[in-house]
Design a protein around this ligand. Sequence first.
Ligand code: GN1
Ligand code: MG
Length: 362
Amino acid sequence: MTSIAAAQEAARQFSSTSSRLALQPLGRGLINDTYLVAEGGAHWVLQRINRRVFPDPVAVMANLRKVSDHARRVRRGCPESPWRLPEVIPARTGEDIHRDERGDYWRAISYIDHARSLDSFANAEQAGQVGRALGWFHGLVSELPADSLHDTLPGFHVTPLYLAGFDRVVDGLTDWPATSGLGEALAFVAARRGEADVLESAKAQGKLQPRVMHGDPKLDNVLFDTRTGQAVSLIDLDTVKPGLLHYDLGDCFRSCCNSAGECMGQGSAAFDRRVFRAILEGYLREAAHILTRDDRDYLFEAIRLLPFELGLRFLTDHLAGDVYFKVDEPGQNLSRALGQFRLTLDIEQQERAIRHILNQIM
Ligand code: GN1
Ligand code: MG
């Protein structure tokens, strides 16, 4: 069965009518397969969960159910709130997940109408809206104890574990790919290995506490209302699980402040401090009350670490044969890695100015 035929078949399991279902690929995620389903006049989203990445899709759905039910309860108490999260649509069996005969797992969630993501910012106001979206989300999930969610991706955003994984892949290599730029990437990692555990050791010392996090708050995952221009949702909730707020903040700045965009063109990767300031201000409007002194003290480390970590993950996957992140062509994961490393370097070079903004605003 082709993958679109499998998706059609899976979509049927979530459909509540006998209308024809029209599917089209949605978004540009690197892990799951996502489709927009048109059913009658309505739309919803169908996803195949990547089993290689998420070993326990049932636990992923349990987390998603918990967070989206919580958001619905909060919204009931505050109906005028603009913020929305995608809601789980159960299969016809009543389960939140459908397993097909090939063993693939599928789920359906609501589609947020009149909303779209941005490729880049037209102004600082939009960047501020991204900060507000992440701050709103952190405020919302701060009401759920971190251990009330499953750890669906052990080691996710734990940089020293990615480094250990990288070392394992390097040790096991018999043939080195002859890609240009590889030497530069390896040297970049070698020069920074000592700094990889900065957040994990702060966690081990009790300075940073695990909380519920989003896990992937990149620009693509923030939806803006097409009528008001305001951010209204943070989507892609697969990675919602226990973690550090710093993973989210670092990842959001990594994605949104990169003037090369998430497409990861390497040459122009640079950290835009105006965007950074606007996001941070927006974030604090919603979430200042949940940050401790130590949380604030480790922000710069997170801003520097997350692009390095993603670069390391891309590089490892390049060396391992592109088994984790989808690629359109060979060498793409190396080029993504180099893009993230250039961004990391630019952040290092702007450290004083970035810290100055943090001190001013915090
Ligand atoms: C992956 O699948 P997608 O695009 O939502 C990855 C993120 C990376 C991102 C880079 C579970 O997210 O951590 O930041 O690619 N998700 C997972 O674009 O590994
Ligand atoms: Mg994601």
